[in-house]
Design a protein around this ligand. Structure first.
Ligand code: SAM
Length: 305
C-alpha cells in the first residue's frame, strides 16, 4: 500500500530524480538508531524505511554482486529484522544472522534466520573469514568508531565476500532553493549536527562510507547516490510514489529521531521539540517546497589474495 498521494497543483517540479551510480574500481542516529525508542511507532517507521529502500533499489534487498549460493549473511543493527527475514527467504542456502542492541525482532521467522542481542562496537565473536555478505543500514549516528567497525567486518568476511552499507542524510536539501528560510527544515538542518558534535559521533556517514571502506582495504568499492523527494511533488509517477513513501518515512520518524536527543543532549523542552517537528511537517506538506532526502549505497569486496 502506498502512503497518501495528493495532487500538488501549481509549483510542481517535473524533473526526474534519478540514481546516479558512480563506480570506483580502486584496488589500492536519530539521527541514528541509538537515539530512538523501540516502541511500535518506531518499528512501523523502520518498516516504512524498508519499503522505501527496497523500492529505491528496484525491489532488490542489496546491490553487491555476491555468489548466488551464499552460506552466511550478517545484518548489523537489524532493527525489526525485516531485511534479514526477506534475505533469508530469497537465499534459502544461507543462515542469516541479525544483531541488535534491542531484542525487538519477531519470533515467527524463517528457519534460516537467527537474531542475537549484540553491540556491534564490542569485540566480535564470529569466526573470521565466515560471511559472504555483511549488511549495514541506518546506523549513522549510532557508531563512535567507524574504522574499527569496518575492520571487524573485514576480518569476519570470507575472502571475496562483500560489505554493503546504505545510509540517508541527516539533513534535507533541495535542488531548486525552495526550502523556506527560517522554517522547520532549516531549523532541522542545524540541530542534528549540533547534537552529534556534542556526542562526538560522525553523523553524515553517507558521504564518508566510500573512503572508510577504501581505507579499510576493501576493493571494487562502488557508490550509488540517490535522491528521495520528500512528498509527492515530482510529476514523474515513479518519483511521486517514492516521494509519498519518503514523506511517510520522515513523518513517522521525526519524534523518534529528535525527542530523546534534543532533550538530553541540547537541553530542549519536549514542547520545543514538538514545535520543531510540527514546523518540519508544515514544510514537507507544502507542495512548493521541493525537499530532498539524499541516500547512498556503497559496497566493497574483501580481497581474495
Ligand atoms: C535506524 S535503525 C535501522 C534498522 C535496520 N537496519 C533497518 O534498516 O531497518 C538502527 C538500529 O541499530 C541498532 N543499533 C544502534 N546502535 C547499535 C549497536 N552499537 N549495536 C547493535 N545495534 C545497534 C538500533 O537498536 C536500531 O535497531
Amino acid at each position: 500500500m502506498c502512503p497518501e498521494i495528493q495532487e500538488t497543483g501549481e509549483g510542481e517540479d517535473s524533473r526526474d530524480i534519478a540514481p546516479d551510480p558512480h563506480v570506483d574500481d580502486d584496488p589500492d542516529s536519530t539521527y541514528g538508531g541509538d537515539a530512538g525508542s523501540n516502541d511500535e511507532a518506531a518499528n512501523e517507521h523502520l518498516d516504512i524505511g524498508h519499503e522505501l529502500y527496497t523500492k529505491t533499489l528496484g525491489n532488490k534487498l542489496f546491490l553487491a554482486p555476491i555468489d548466488p549460493d551464499p552460506s552466511k549473511i550478517l545484518d548489523l543493527g537489524t532493527g525489526t529484522g525485516t531485511w534479514a527475514i526477506d534475505v533469508a527467504d530469497a537465499y534459502p542456502s544461507a543462515v542469516v544472522t541479525g544483531t541488535d542492541l534491542s531484542p525487538t525482532q519477531p519470533t515467527w521467522i524463517p528457519p534460516n534466520v537467527r537474531f542475537e542481542v549484540d553491540d556491534v562496537e564490542a569485540e566480535w565473536t564470529f569466526p573470521p573469514n565466515s560471511f559472504d555478505l555483511i549488511h549495514i543500514r541506518g546506523l549513522h549516528g549510532s557508531i563512535t568508531d567507524w574504522p574499527a567497525l569496518y575492520a571487524q567486518c573485514m576480518t569476519a568476511l570470507k575472502p571475496g565476500g562483500w560489505l554493503e552499507q546504505a545510509e540517508y542524510s541527516a539533513q534535507f536539501t533541495s535542488d531548486d532553493d525552495t526550502i523556506p528560510p527560517n522554517g522547520g527544515i532549516e531549523a532541522w538542518n542545524r540541530v542534528g549536527p549540533e547534537c552529534h558534535r556534542v556526542l562526538n559521533r560522525e553523523l553524515q556517514v553517507l558521504d564518508g562510507m566510500r573512503s572508510h571502506m577504501l581505507d579499510a582495504g576493501f576493493r571494487s568499492v562502488a557508490e550509488f547516490p540517490y535522491k528521495w523527494p520528500i512528498g509527492p511533488w515530482p510529476q514523474n509517477p515513479e518519483f511521486k510514489t517514492l516521494g509519498a513513501w519518503c514523506r511517510a518515512h520522515v513523518d513517522s520518524g521525526l519524534e523518534n529521531w529528535t525527542l530523546r536527543l534534543l532533550t538530553s543532549v541540547l537541553g530542549w523542552s519536549v514542547e520545543e521539540v514538538l514545535v520543531l517537528c510540527a514546523n518540519v511537517r508544515r514544510d514537507i506538506r507544502n507542495p512548493k517546497v521541493h525537499a530532498i532526502h539524499r541516500m547512498k549505497v556503497v559496497y566493497g569486496q574483501k580481497p581474495t589474495g
